[in-house]
Write a protein that binds this ligand. Sequence first.
Ligand code: NAD
Length: 513
Amino acid sequence: PTLGRIYYPKRLVETFAKKETTKLPVVHNFVGGKFVASQGPIIQTVTNPATGESLQSVPSTTKQEVDHVVQVAQEAFESWSKMPMGRRLNYIFQLREGVRKRSAEIAQVITRELGKTPADAQGDVARGLEIVEYSCGAAGKLEGMFQKNVATNVDMMQMREPLGVCLGVCPFNFPAMIPLWMLPMSTVVGNTIVLKPSELVPGAVELIAQVVDEAKFPPGVFNVVQGGKETVDHLLEHPGIKAVSFVGSTPVGRHIYRKASERGIRAQCNMGAKNHAVIMPDAAKDTALNALVGAAFGASGQRCMAISVAVFVGEAGNWIPELVKKTQTLVLGTTEKSDLGPLVTEKAKQRVEKLIQSAESQGAKIEYRASVPFSSGNWVGPTIISQVQPHMDVYQQEIFGPVLSCIRVDTLEDAIQLINQNPYGNGTSIFTQSGVAARMFQSNIQVGQVGINLPIPVPAPPFGFTGSKDSMWGDLPFYGSTGFEFYTRPKTVITRWDEKVLDAIHTSMPLHR
Ligand code: NAD
């Protein structure tokens, strides 16, 4: 059933039909297996960024409601954490099937609320599904340790146990993938989770909650609350929350990391980025330039792994006119034939336009700026800026728009130095035919994810997402074996089974003898 814009569980449609004839529908929380309306004030209108059409309203879940959802998740934890792994896995298999079946529907909602092209929106869901599938192998990832006779008739074992209720806080730019990093990895090992989607794009998580509902997950294992900063703060301050997974901007990630650390709970915070691609003069030119255009302008630059700075070494700097030519072929829109969509909000558009202007006024050169063929929506045409210098705002800030800054340097060493001085460490890449140059780059670059002759080095599920510096705070990266470590903690049990009576009191430190 639809209300003209988004899909709802059947039982809600009737309610909306009665109550919401003129007002926008309000997106619901999912608590204890039920879709429920928050009593909090409306804080956000979700709009279609390609047209400006209003789609639905997002409430701010209140402190009282937060207390309730955490309590529900705590109660669910009692039985879910004790359930045999095989049974929990069955739910994750169902989740995989459900998301797979409804992936086209989820992708449509992403296009509608975020403006991703259909192919890119499908990629968003598909990359999330990969993590759901990886989670299905959890049984082999939780082995403990056992040592016999560490002292006379004393054995020692260590096991990994779930933490309790986890919190997931998501950004706007991957409405399906990032929630699907958090939901299966946290729950498969026995935790329950409260997830807060971005208030700008709540629709994909709403559909994922429907899948969880249809898969008949025990109520309270997966919960969704809507809201923004205030709701997140209520959750962070709640003593029932035992771990926080955050993906979003660096200032917010730092705030969340600090708040979690104050309470002594663990946090993994994936944050902002400034990703450089180095183009060596010996690179395969077309491969390098095609890759650059795709990675800079795909998703309109709204990816944490987008390439936003091209560092041309030596003669490679003469390729900028060809880069411009290739960029001129890109088509703006949200149809199957489009290459890039709009920016998420009007505010984001204004910010990006201001940064482009600042580059010009600070002495950089606008090599190319595509015109926009639409009269409404948050569109910014692909833009290439050359002669960018590190002190300029356009270099200092994460732009998160379809803007590629070009810098020329003389040597690979200069390029490495520039990148290492940047506070972010999410991703970087080099294009070269030289194994020596590539090896020098991979060995000396201080960035957590490195691509050689490919532009967006996002690790596959078993490896974990290993951004570094101001792009990742926390020691245990999302997914991969570190993902399972993050969502569990070790417990050590030492046993003594001995016929011999302990016939004396020993007050000295016991030794393993
Ligand atoms: P954001 O930081 O504005 O919001 C992220 C989440 O935090 C949202 O759910 C939001 O409601 C909440 N939030 C916002 N302000 C808050 C506050 N003061 N206190 C508590 N919670 C708050 O990020 P965004 O604009 O939604 O996402 C874009 C950013 O995310 C970019 O910086 C991008 O690089 C980054 N990102 C990083 C990765 C990665 O893996 N490194 C992946 C995707 C996006």
